[in-house]
Ligand binder design. Sequence first.
Ligand SMILES: Nc1nc2c(ncn2[C@@H]2O[C@H](COP(=O)(O)OP(=O)(O)O)[C@@H](O)[C@H]2O)c(=O)[nH]1
Ligand SMILES: [Mg+2]
Length: 390
Amino acid sequence: MADQQDYLRALLNDSGEPTWERAIAKAREEVDGLDNVTLNIAVTGETGVGKSSFVNAIRGLKKKDVGAAPIGFTETTIEPTMYPHPTMPNVNFWDLPGIGGPTFKAKTYMKDVKYQNYDFFIIVSASRFKENDMKLAEEIKKKKKNFYFVRTKIDFDVSREKEDGASKEENKIIEEATLKKIRKDCLDNLRTLGPPPVFLITSDDLEMFDFKKLVNDLERDLPDNKRNALVMSLPVYSKECLDRKYSLFKKEAWAVAITSGAIAAAPVPGLSTACDVAMVVSFLTKCYHSFGLDDGSLDKLSKRVNKPILEEVKKSKLVKAIAKKKSLAINVAARLAAAGVIEALCLLVPGAGSIAAAAVSVVTTQSVLLEGLNELYSVAKRVLEMAELK
Ligand SMILES: Nc1nc2c(ncn2[C@@H]2O[C@H](COP(=O)(O)OP(=O)(O)O)[C@@H](O)[C@H]2O)c(=O)[nH]1
Ligand SMILES: [Mg+2]
């Protein structure tokens, strides 16, 4: 028990709070914040520039997938269309009506699309940014919201410039020169904004060009809980992206363990009071979706890279349990039992101090959370290796 007391002390220390009451309150706030936070991202720009394609790509969807925004479709209304994230319904992407035409009025547009509902704006263009893009950015700035310029279809520009028969190295040089030129063109045109952030991307492959930089900037500018929601919601497009998610969940496990554990001085120890199985289940389910281990995501990835990934992943008992949902609570309870939580609690009854029970509970809950997280992380890493994504 002394070990666990030490562990608890260390845990309190890590929380940065002077008392358990304060640490628990902070943990609750963190867990609630993540569950209740909403993130609304507006995507705007002229018709045909790739807004809908971007909305799909950032949600990990291809144009034929269920829930995908229609591509090559000309908007006729002024109504923004909401596309919720497929597995995180509190993260919404808004495909705004196309801006354009000589009569375009940024001020009216902002009002019509209800600008106040969005956390930030992404202004998309497939060529140089134009007058209307600038007018809009100025208006967004006035409203004290952030905006980011995204120049899409870069794959198209690059492949047009590349030469047949050129070596890989030569083409790399051509690619770099093309990107430099486009970046300069965009910035020259947006000079008066001073210079604003511009990201070169292709919705066909987020791993390429500046998507990573865009995410870094968004993360930098968002408040904590919104930033976490964004990172968790992104499709796993690289090992680096997976690692970001992993470290975020690892940090989160602390708050979940404390909140779900009986540290709030549950008077009668027992499994139900010692650990909220539902919270552990919900945490692991979130990791599973965020790491792209659900059948839908894997199916899409298998098709994209033309490799049978699904079967390999299903070898993980935890992935199987989460996929089936029903058996997950039993699986988690079994893990808690295996970790010794029930046994330890039986020894404590009756009359043992609740802090001792709490120690057992938090320590084991956290170990179960981390063990589950690590298992899902290693499966996700294996998936990336199989898909040959770096
Ligand atoms: N090569 C390439 N084509 C794109 C990209 N983004 C969009 N497109 C194509 O551009 C066209 C218009 O895209 P869409 O997303 O419907 O534009 P929207 O009108 O702004 O919503 C479609 O044919 C898309 O397939 C991209 O990043 N690369
Ligand atoms: Mg569209």
